[in-house]
Design a protein around this ligand. Structure first.
Ligand code: IVH
Length: 713
């Protein structure tokens, strides 16, 4: 559990600025994980909490609002591999309501804005908020021309070929009366049964399972080869539109009816409501029936029905004033905690796992839940100032507990029921020795700054068979080497039988097969073994970013690995820099720390990794078989290479994200605040405190046009 956060009301100005910087970085990281990598780390509820805190701090300190404020941004810029598409009209996001009061306040706000007479009905609609990924489909003269993901809201990825494989997306509109040019908006999703079947196939193919239907849908849509998308049973609900060359309805209800008449699948739980009571009834009914819908929804979207009123209400930054998403709370259930097991992860972290009497939570049977760490179980945590703070928990085997499942993350034990009852079991004693066969001492992990954390770790590193297993499973996984036919099941079996001991051994399987005779094993045949060898051969050339990710260095996940790859360009340059950085001093170390997006913890973990002889040996062995491919590097001969740039005010030729991406592509570092290290402040109209600060600090200030002149684009 993270340490308690200070109340927004109690923050000083400098604390608020630091907190906004932290939140911007954190939210951007989660945006990338979610939008570009289809691999979120936190639940939607936890993400919403970060956004809410950011918004609350900005509301209290409007002057501190950052150039890269997460409240101005929707999602993340498109990932590589697809052409970019600029949406005719931006794809926006929805504001959230987390309870009935928020939802009522939304309706009240709309009425106030419109000066709607108190006694008059204001019709709204309520419909399920589908938990998939949004897409925009452009129809020109009734013909499907181009389809795109949301991307950052303005520019998405061109996934036309993939969207064309969906049965529920008409290639030509049916009926008549459609505008000559219209962007149809809706959600691509997977049904539960299709998702389960798809994951079963993934496992059979030795691939890792998708976490949830939404990630599976996103992963399926963003395939480079549309033939793969075609095999996935993706569905599409149309619920909105973007730019349209002509009006085609006067209410949301009629517009959705027209979408259906043109051949789209629309949601049958769409309801027209006369006010809050109707909306609340629709919300309750959907929440109660949620598990039986057959697909995931995470709330109810409320929209003002009349389109002329929608126009009058307009937008605030990234979301319409005329709609909101009333989110469902995380689903909870009660059950018995049968025992506590310890799981050892790839990085050796020991996680206590609650083994539960199986219970259904929102349609999913749950028998495991996380207990986070020993302190969470014992009912205390350490506050920022080091003080011990008691929490309500004191979780013991045999207890009745409340568990919670929020969307896709691992369910957690929230609290104990009836904690005062007589005859409770003994308090749980966290093991002092790792459950691995080495029985190494468990150590508490320190942060890079030397502070103690709640995480306890096996000290056996690679000698620990559990860690070795998790490392290898990660090595072959989808975001790393992605070896078809080699997944968790095969890795575990190969390790058990000593067919492999480290990653390099995967690449000698074929040469050793005269002896191994893999084709004679259960679950293998001649053909699958041939396919496996072909898949392994194909990975002898692996993009640098994947290669670095595959190493499983702590704090270096897919995104950080990719960042390192583009920063250093080649394996040789990266390795030389890391070897030098092991000294934690000197130019290489300073350079590593200065990479925007590499934190102290990642730098520290890299230095530790490359200093460890076992790892160096593992790398040398692996590199005898694998050639990491150079990454595309940002230009180093541009006039702004190595310079630090800050953007402020309203840019007119570029969005903030585009400006940032452009500067980074040209080798510049982009910062959110002006300091003595800033080389250029690019200021659009409305620039405020940053402009003054830059002038005071003697930083060169450029207009947007001057910036274009400078970089020569
Ligand atoms: S309307 C201007 N209706 O929720 C916003 N969105 O958090 C237009 N979503 O990006 C969106 N179900 O991906 C709308 N029935 C629904 C929806 C829905 C799911 C998604 C959509 C949007 C996100 C906003």
């Amino acid at each position: 559990m993270s340490a308690a956060l200070k109340d927004v009301e109690a923050l000083t100005e400098s604390e608020a600025a630091a907190e906004l910087a932290r939140l911007a970085k954190e939210i951007a990281r989660h945006d990338r994980l979610y939008h570009q990598h289809d691999d979120p780390e936190i639940s939607d509820a936890a993400y919403d909490a970060l956004q809410s805190r950011n918004a609350a701090i900005e509301a209290r300190f409007p002057d501190l609002k950052r150039a890269d404020s997460p409240s101005d941004r929707v999602g993340a810029a498109p990932a590589r591999g697809f052409a970019e598409v600029r949406h005719d009209a931006p794809m926006l996001s929805l504001d959230n309501a987390f309870n009935a009061d928020d939802a009522a306040e939304f309706l009240a706000r709309v009425r106030r804005f419109l000066k709607w007479p108190e006694d008059d009905i204001l019709a709204v609609t309520a419909e399920p908020k589908i938990d998939g990924l949004s897409a925009s489909l452009l129809y020109v003269d009734g013909v499907f021309e181009r389809g795109a993901t949301r991307g950052d809201g303005r520019v998405g990825e061109d996934v036309t070929a993939n969207l064309k494989t969906l049965d529920q997306i008409p290639k030509k509109l049916a009926g008549a009366g459609w505008p000559a040019r219209i962007e149809i908006r809706g959600e691509v999703y997977l049904r539960h049964d299709d998702f389960a079947a798809m994951n079963a196939r993934q496992l059979e193919a030795g691939k890792s399972e998708y976490k949830n239907p939404r990630n599976a849908a996103a992963g399926s849509l963003r395939q480079i080869d549309p033939a793969v998308t075609a095999e996935r049973p993706l569905k599409f609900f149309a619920y909105a539109w973007g730019a349209a060359s002509a009006a085609f309805a006067d209410t949301q209800t009629k517009a959705v009816e027209r979408l259906a008449a043109w051949g789209f699948s629309t949601n049958d739980r769409f309801a027209r409501c006369d006010g809050f009571d109707d909306v609340a009834a629709a919300y309750d009914a959907l929440q109660a029936g949620r598990a039986d819908l057959g697909y995931d929804i995470d709330g109810v979207v409320i929209k003002v029905d009349r389109l002329d009123l929608q126009d009058r209400l307009g937008f605030v930054s990234r979301s319409p004033r005329w709609a909101t998403a009333w989110k469902f709370p995380p689903e909870q259930a009660e059950t018995t905690l049968e025992r506590i097991d310890i799981q050892v992860g790839r990085t050796g972290a020991l996680t206590p796992v609650a083994k539960l009497k199986p219970v259904t939570v929102g349609g999913v049977v749950v028998s495991n839940a996380t207990l986070h760490n020993d302190r969470y179980i014992a009912g205390w945590r350490r506050a920022d100032d080091g003080q011990v703070v008691k929490t309500e928990n004191d979780i013991r085997p045999g207890d009745r507990v409340v568990i919670q499942r929020a969307g896709d993350v691992i369910p957690q034990v929230v609290r104990v029921l009836d904690a005062t009852r007589k005859g409770r079991g003994k308090p749980y004693a966290f093991p002092k020795l790792c459950p691995c066969p080495l029985k190494t001492a468990v150590v508490r992990q320190d942060t890079s700054l030397g502070a103690e954390t709640a995480v306890q770790r096996c000290s056996g590193e690679f000698a620990c068979p559990f860690q070795k297993r998790e490392h290898l499973i990660h090595f072959v996984s989808r975001k790393a080497f992605d070896i078809d036919g080699l997944g968790e099941k095969q890795i575990v079996a190969f390790l058990d039988e000593e067919i492999i001991d480290g990653p390099a051994d995967i690449f000698t399987l074929e040469a050793r097969n005269a002896e191994l005779k893999l084709e004679e094993r259960d679950g293998f045949g001649k053909k699958s073994v041939d396919n496996l060898f072909a898949a392994i051969r194909a990975r002898r050339a692996t993009p640098l970013g994947r290669f670095i990710n595959a190493l499983g260095v702590r704090h270096v996940g897919e995104t950080t690995a990719q960042l390192l790859a583009t920063t250093y360009g080649s394996w040789e340059a990266f390795r030389a820099a890391m070897d030098a950085a092991c000294a934690r001093d000197g130019e290489a170390w300073d350079h590593l720390l200065a990479v925007d997006g590499i934190g102290d913890a990642a730098a520290d973990a890299l230095a530790r990794y490359f200093a460890e002889p076992h790892n160096r040996d593992l790398l040398d062995k692996l590199l005898a078989h694998v050639a990491p491919q150079d990454a595309e590097r940002p230009a180093s001969d541009s006039p702004v290479a190595g310079k630090t740039v800050v953007f402020t005010g309203t840019l007119e030729r570029l969005t903030r994200d585009e400006a940032k991406a452009m500067a980074q592509r040209l080798g510049a570092k982009v910062s959110g605040s002006v300091s003595a290290k800033t080389d250029y402040l690019v200021a659009g109209p409305g620039a405020g405190s940053k402009m003054k600060k830059a002038q005071d600090a003697g930083v060169e200030v450029l207009t947007e046009d001057e910036w274009f002149d400078l970089v020569g684009e």
